[in-house]
Design a protein around this ligand. Structure first.
Ligand code: C2E
Ligand code: SIN
Ligand code: SIN
Ligand code: FE
Ligand code: FE
Length: 516
């Protein structure tokens, strides 16, 4: 259908225009070089922004609202300057909301212009939707990161609230935490408020909208707070915020309410399904964040308590053995330092390192059960005495297995007297059946024993001791570890000569065996 009668063009141009008219289903206008609308073609008159009698013979840029009009003005200027065609994108307000159009303006040989208009509202909407989804996903991603990397709940919640405001396009939002012990809802974080009205919020279950959201475990939505008289008794300042729309969303993690997300807007809110879904997702993230933070706090507390208890136990045990034998305290400390260094040198990492260090300090704890007359005997042990003495590793195991936390540290107390060739005690293990920790430790233990005075003999020299350890490589000791030990002792000596801070004999780096 072609309407319009005022086309004053040569016949070949008319034909060309007609051909164009029939090719497209979109809205088409013929404009003169200034933008005056000469003619138009449409399949559906209702597509028109204003009726033909209001636009024919008028400038397109004047018919359209200013913003769109200015874009057309620019396009016509470009055509006059010689451009063959120009694309413009603009929207027009209609009764059913904004409609988006893409127009292609092209110059005809007669100096007139065509303007082909395409309604791209649907495309635009889906593009908007994709963009929104994308930014929502990105937001969820960053919340995930905040949840997993930032264990400070307050800052995680404020990240979430920023996303709530931005992505849901609302004026303000807050999170109330549900305290299970007191059963109170308490303000934890907020964004977008002009007053301190809600900062001191403390509600019982069932009290006000937030309390009702918890009690009924459902979203409370108030379209217009002004029409309610019961709302927000909690603060007289609240009226100053001038909120209209309100949501209270219960935050539920593992079936338990952990808090409430409150959303406030200073105008009516149009909430489509997309918006509601996203609100749900953000609420879910907030619930996870709160749950994680609580779990973490619980773990941290119990971990701290346990660690304290364990370290106290270890201290207690070492003190018990040290009371018996002053020499042993120094011995324990030295062998622990050396064993940890050797373990590090051999590439052993946490948490094994901590277990090894704990095992080292406790290695001779079983000697608490060895009577003084054997332990402190100034001469060689007889067979019967040896039977008793050889029980000290298993005594240690019996003492320490009662402490679950020390189970991984038992290798050294149990197996430090095993020998590489299988002639040791208590289990007669051989080779790599002996736990590595015990293989390392055995070398250090014998080194320290031999270089110390014992009730039954005086100390050996360093050189004698190192020779003995070399000689015992492959017999008593793991032949793979002995070279590492010799290497380590050599570099210790070097350090002593150059008064290296960490290597100095009196001021050796103290390994924090109790730490994690
Ligand atoms: P310890 O004094 O801490 O010695 C640890 C390990 O170092 C010993 O394990 C042994 O392998 C080595 N060692 C210590 N002193 C000597 C030594 O003079 N010569 C040689 N070749 N190696 C030595 P072992 O033999 O299983 O002994 C375990 C524990 O039994 C010793 O711990 C010590 O408390 C006690 N013990 C060992 N021999 C005697 C002894 O002749 N008299 C007394 N009173 N106690 C002894
Ligand atoms: C997301 O897609 O990032 C949210 C789901 C999650 O990882 O918790
Ligand atoms: C291992 O456990 O096999 C590595 C060190 C060693 O050979 O003792
Ligand atoms: Fe021992
Ligand atoms: Fe020892």
């Amino acid at each position: 259908m072609i309407t319009g009668l005022s086309l004053q063009t040569p016949s070949d141009s008319t034909q060309r225009s007609n051909a164009i008219f029939h090719t497209f289903h979109d809205l088409l206008f013929i404009l003169d070089s200034d933008g005056i609308i000469l003619d138009y073609k449409t399949d559906d008159e209702s597509d028109l922004y204003v009726p033909p009698k209001k636009f024919l013979r008028r400038k397109m840029q004047d018919v359209l609202p200013p913003e769109a009009g200015k874009k057309i003005e620019d396009a016509i200027r470009k055509l006059r300057a010689g451009s063959k065609s120009v694309f413009v994108e603009y929207f027009l307000p209609t009764s059913s909301g904004n409609h988006w159009y893409e127009s292609r303006l092209a110059s005809l040989s007669n100096g007139q212009n065509t303007m082909l208009v395409r309604d791209i509202t649907k495309y635009k909407q889906s593009e908007e939707k994709i963009k929104r989804h994308y930014s929502q996903l990105a937001a969820l991603r960053s919340i995930d990161l905040a949840i997993t990397s930032d264990l400070d709940l307050a800052s995680t919640l404020s990240v979430i609230l920023d996303h709530v405001r931005l992505q849901l396009n609302v004026d303000a939002a807050s999170i109330l935490l549900f305290e299970p012990n007191t059963e109170y809802l308490q303000f934890a974080a907020g964004t977008g408020f002009n007053t301190q009205a809600l900062q001191h919020t403390r509600l019982r279950v069932g009290e006000e909208y937030a309390g009702r959201a918890v009690l009924e475990q459902k979203v409370i939505h108030i379209h217009n707070l002004k029409s309610r008289h019961t709302a927000f008794l909690r603060s007289p300042l609240f009226a100053l915020e001038k909120f209209i729309a309100y949501f209270a969303i219960p935050l539920v993690a593992k079936g338990q309410v952990v808090g409430v997300l409150e959303i406030f807007h200073r105008a009516l809110l149009e909430s489509d399904q997309d918006w509601l879904n996203y609100m749900d997702m953000l609420a879910g993230q907030a619930a996870i964040a709160i749950d994680n933070a609580r779990l973490f706090k619980k773990l941290q507390t119990s971990n701290q308590e346990l660690t304290l208890a364990y370290d106290k136990t270890i201290e207690g045990w070492s003190r018990a053995i040290n009371l018996r034998d002053k020499e042993t305290e120094e011995h324990s400390r030295r062998v622990t330092d050396l064993t940890c260094k050797l373990a590090i040198q051999m590439g052993i990492k946490q948490p094994e390192l901590t277990h090894i260090c704990r095992g080292a300090i406790l290695h001779d704890i079983g000697k608490v059960a060895i009577p003084d007359n054997i332990l402190l005997k100034p001469g060689p042990l007889n067979d019967e005495e040896w039977v008793t003495m050889r029980r000290h590793p298993m005594i240690a195991v019996n003492l320490l297995t009662t402490i679950e936390h020390l189970a991984p540290a038992l290798d050294i107390p149990r197996s430090h007297h095993e020998k590489w060739n299988g002639t040791g005690y208590p289990d007669k293990l051989a080779g790599e059946d002996i736990p590595l920790a015990a293989r390392l430790f055995a070398i250090v233990d014998v080194y320290d024993a031999l270089t110390s005075d014992r009730p039954y003999r005086p100390a050996w020299t360093q050189a004698e001791t190192m020779k003995y350890i070399s000689d015992q490589s492959g017999t008593h000791f793991d032949p793979h570890v002995v070279p590492a030990f010799i290497e380590m002792m050599k570099s210790q000596d070097d350090c002593q000569h150059t008064s290296c801070v960490l290597g100095g004999k009196g001021d050796r780096a103290r390994f924090n065996f109790l730490g994690g």
